[in-house]
Design a binder for this molecule. Sequence first.
Ligand SMILES: [Zn+2]
Length: 627
Amino acid sequence: MTFKRIAIGGYLSTMFLILFCACGGNKSDEWTGVLLPVEEDSTDPHTHSQAATAVITHMNLDLSVDFKLKKLVGSVTYQIKHDKASEIILDTRGLKIQRVTLGEQESETSFNASTEDSIKGSALSIPLAPLTKIVKIYYETTENSNALQWLSPQQTADKVHPFLYTQGQPILTRTWIPTQDSPGIRFTYEATIRTLPNLLAVMSAENPRQKSANGVYTFKQANPVPAYLIALAVGDLQFAETGPRTGVYAEQSVLQAATSEFSDTDKMLNVAEKMYGTYNWGRYDLLVLPPSFPFGGMENPCLTFATPTILAGDKSLTTLVAHELAHSWSGNLVTNATWNDLWLNEGFTVYFERRIMEELYGLDFTEMLNLLTYNNLKSLITKMGNDNPDTRLKMDLAGRNPDDGLTRIPYDKGFFLLKSLEKLAGRKTFDAFLSQYFKDHAYQSIQTGQFILYAQEKLLKANKLEFDLTEWIYTTGLPADCPVPQSDRFEKVEKQSKAFVAKNDLKKIDSKAWSAQEWIHFIKILPRDLSAAHMENLDRSFNLSNSRNAEIQAVWYELAIYNGYSSNIQESISDFLIKVGRRKYLSPLYTALKETDQYELARSIYSKARPNYHSISQQTLDQMLDF
Ligand SMILES: [Zn+2]
């Protein structure tokens, strides 16, 4: 690996330093620089656009939603900035570009779309005149527009109207809008969406609360956002408030459950603001999607898209709301400049999420979440291999689909790095540092190296602290100084679990006051060679196979598959896999079926379930099950 030196302030006295230098504790009067890998300077490897030459500053989208033909048809107009550039380059994939015009007069121009790269898609080059400020592209989406999921009425909660939603992260926005699709490029946007009059359209912007008479909706996002945060959903949606600044969009049959599940959202927002500064996005609403949504949540500005699997009835899974809300600072306000720097987005968000949870639900509850995270991270690293390059926080995803980087590493290893810094600096100092960090980088997209320099200067040097940031960020595995969470509540669960396993005696379990997290831990630590009698005993008493809590269902089904108990509850497992499209649950369950020689069963369930999954989940499972 080669390195370059970046000066923080002083002069460089040493020409060739080979080691990474964590300079927070460096006592030298001469050396005030740190060494960073050369990759820090690299541009986003997942975009064709050359922002330094010509860049988008504002988007105006005008699309009609055609549910019959399953396509979006219309145009996108960009205001652009350049210094007499000869062309602007946009990313596109799976789009039919019809024509391109320049300027307010809409002068027709030629354009060139390169052959599609299997990951990046096609480079759309549009020639510019020296004074061109406006570029307009007429286009339509195709069946290869992978951001879009078109759901039949049968695939929705109410089963009457069709539904459409988009998922842009990481690089799918280019499959429904020709754009400069890099997290390092931000622009404001407006949009007009035309749909059927009985449907409501919502976006990652200021949103309508009621259906319009003609099915036409207009939107405005006044803060500059990267393309992956542009999102659209259209369906038979209703709105209900959960507080002065927060609310829920959902289908009629889900609305009430969602409103009560998310009733703490306003409190979360207030707590978050108190910790890290003003919420800059106006309202914070949640949209509950049909179960096919591939993620837990997506932090689309002003309107988080969420899976219905968090509607457990007891607010036990609303950590996810705290997470998506926290992204309003870490991610949406301060963004990773490339997908290699995803930890700057997700690691900070997990840390912030846990701080919100601690404030609202207490330290002992949060320590359970932290310990679950720690255990999952340890077993993930063991599974991936301690020297697997993908266990580094700073990733190298060039030439690969950035979706490969969406493991728990950037989230959870990133979280523990920040926990370590908090432990070192003390909470008060660390909070002040984070608030300033969000302020100083608001509406910017930054790389890992920039964070290191900033933290060296403003946190470590300023407080005379020593810490090896580079070990955490650039080496594989988990550093030995990773703080290990302690949970008394989990210790009690562990004792009871042991006692139960020894005697298959349910009296050893006192679960009356258990939270979902205690149940999850209890199930996760049960051995994988538990007798059928044990499994039956648990299931009969606690009805785990029919739990309302998707997290408990998922870990219980996984245990059942490994323990040879799944044939007893096969229908529950199949139903779950066919209904739910959240990849977090699908991957471990299909893996478990595969690893227990039930490959054909896995394929047969998948063949029924596949139409219900978004392309993101399909891609993972097609690979896993050779579809
Ligand atoms: Zn996140």
